[in-house]
Design a protein around this ligand. Structure first.
Ligand code: BTN
Length: 326
């Protein structure tokens, strides 16, 4: 009911009366009034004027379940949302939900993480109210070896969503960082619970620096935000919804074919590394190769000066540009 009331308020120019709301939704005016108050507590400014009704003056800048579901037209991805004001890590929340039997497509989002996790055991700085810190629960029937492809799909969905919703030209740094103007705006941490031959569930964790204004000095030459790069405030709930829709479509195509064949070209069109020299760091050994694309398993294809091709597996190596992060 909260989502419906929010939707009426957002789609009404002037005032909407309590009476009309109660008729449309088939509940008492007291029930409407209670929801209005709880929306106010969440930070929405709602004016109420006798004989006229309610008027939404300003939105709460929140990514609650109601806000996201107003915009999300996906069938299953993110249709169920668990919202937290503060939590340690949304990945951790999804692990707990998964163990309690929650279903495919459940999304956990929060305003702030106190123990945000990054790849390679790093921490992920997740300040309140400005970023998007979210995790998606997936229960695919497939071999555990294929899980890294889900990360590739996620990076593509995220990049397409950012492309769609902003004026920016996002790119992908293989395998799964989203880059704008040479700096990272988003990272993905995929975790899996599986046996040798069966996935129990996958947690896809996504961090997006959306409206962040300042970065700590130690990360500011590598990290940026959509706001810093575009000068425009991002409507986080809309971006989350767009991501869910993009992800659902790409992921279903992937499940059908079982590989990345169908999305390979599109992924490559965003790949920042393509045609560039990359430094491949493996077991402290470094070598320079030119990146030429990905294969249908999502592995990076590189070649040496003589045109000899090699394949780089994600998770195995760290790929850097020659002069820095990209
Ligand atoms: C990276 O190192 O690039 C991956 C960062 C992933 C961060 C996200 S934020 C939401 C989710 N919860 C976490 O603890 N980590 C991921």
């Amino acid at each position: 009911m909260k989502t419906a009331i929010l939707s009426y308020l957002k789609n009404t120019n002037g005032y909407i009366s309590g009476e009309q709301l109660s008729k449309e939704l088939g509940v008492s005016r007291t029930a409407i009034w209670k929801v209005i108050n709880s929306l106010r507590e969440e930070g929405y400014t709602i004016e109420s004027v006798t004989r006229k009704g309610y008027h939404l003056v300003s939105n709460a800048d929140r990514i609650t379940a109601e806000e996201i579901s107003l915009y999300n037209h996906a069938v299953w991805a993110g249709r169920e949302v668990e919202y937290f004001e503060v939590t340690d890590s949304t990945n951790q929340r999804i692990h707990d939900f998964a163990r309690n039997g929650r279903g495919n497509g459940l999304l956990a989002v929060c305003e702030e993480q106190t123990g945000g996790r990054g790849r390679r055991g790093r921490t992920w700085i997740s300040p309140p109210g400005t970023g998007i810190w979210m995790s998606l629960l997936l229960r695919p029937k497939m071999e555990p070896q294929k899980a890294s492809m889900v990360t590739i799909i996620t990076a593509l969905a995220l990049t397409k969503a950012i492309d769609e919703m902003t004026t920016l030209s996002p790119q992908i740094k293989w395998p799964n960082d989203v880059i704008v103007n040479g700096k990272k705006v988003s990272g993905i941490l995929t975790e899996m619970n599986a046996d040798m031959d069966e996935i129990h569930y996958i947690v896809v964790g996504i961090g997006i620096n959306a409206n962040t204004k300042d970065f700590a000095p130690e990360i500011s030459d590598m990290a940026t935000s959509l706001y810093v790069e575009s000068g425009q405030k991002i409507e986080r709930a809309k971006l989350i919804a767009e991501f869910c829709q993009q992800f659902e479509r790409l992921y279903e195509a992937f499940l059908l074919s079982g590989d990345l064949w169908k999305v390979k070209k599109e992924y490559e069109s965003y790949l920042v590394n393509i045609g560039r020299e990359v430094k491949i760091i493996k077991n402290r050994e470094e070598k320079i190769r030119k990146a030429i694309g990905i294969n249908e398993l999502g592995e990076l294809i590189v070649e040496d000066g003589s045109g000899k091709k090699e394949i780089v597996l994600s998770g195995e190596v760290s790929v850097r540009g020659l002069y820095g992060y990209v």
